[in-house]
Design a binder for this molecule. Sequence first.
Ligand code: UDP
Ligand code: MG
Length: 308
Amino acid sequence: MKISVVAPLYDEEGSLKELHRELSEVLQGREYEIIFVNDGSRDHSLEILREIAADDSHAGIISFRRNRGKSAAMASGFREAKGDILITIDADLQDDPHEIPNLIKKIEEGFDLVSGWKRKRRDPISKTIPSRLFNWVTAKLTGIPLHDFNCGLKAYKREVVENLDVYGEMHRYLPVLAKYAGFKIGEVSVHHRPRLHGRTKFGVSRFLHGFLDLLTVLFITRYTLRPLHLFGSFGIVTLFLGIAICAYLSVIWFMGTPIGSRPLFFLGILLILLGVQFFSIGLLGEMITRSSIKETPASEYLPPKQKL
Ligand code: UDP
Ligand code: MG
């Protein structure tokens, strides 16, 4: 079984040599490769990587001219990786390479994707508390019982990454996408270390973006092929309420009471308009789905094939 380690990195010059040393130590005796994906670093990361790769035939480099984000870095690494099992690891030394054998063991037990769980997280509290909330909400909404969706340390069977589209900032939700594709997801608690060199690349924007991406993931895993079910449901409820309100007011009006200045009247109109809009969006969604399905190969929207 060949192991491919994919390490996305952006300005991590202080950590790379040690990361490479620890990875080599842990993987010694196995067939492996380490793919460093330089995500447009502005420091000396690339020079250091070149030095590392010059001395070690296991190490390879992919380098972006500018910063494209962790997801893009991971996707490129996945495309180049030749291994049967792929491991992702943050390049900042916060993830401990010594956990890799545990992840591999769990994959060998039959799981398709194994996610690390930073049970004792060594990060500032401004990060750990929101991230708990985020993980709890994600677990509840997706029904996947993971504690730590966004752990950098994960192991994948090759088949899993071949079936996933990683773009935008979707790296946070790979377990959700994989589960939706029918893969078996496992979790292993891993040792986490404080950041010693450089600084974090995700500011507070991570929470807003993370939340929006959660909406995207929930939508694409449930409703992309049937948008009217989502929008139509909202539409029916609002339209029905609006019509009921306006019908009630009409009766009153016929009985001689003026209704023009009642707030309820405006609410009724608002709900009817909103209902019609929800419906229209749903129908447009259906039309887009229909035409895009005609143009895309079946493999894009049918469930992924399983290798038997
Ligand atoms: N990273 C990257 N591109 C980016 C942002 C981050 O390749 O645009 C890498 C980063 O160098 C690190 C990993 O992704 O190896 C995790 O980032 P970071 O440690 O900043 O995240 P945190 O641990 O704070 O969640
Ligand atoms: Mg980190």
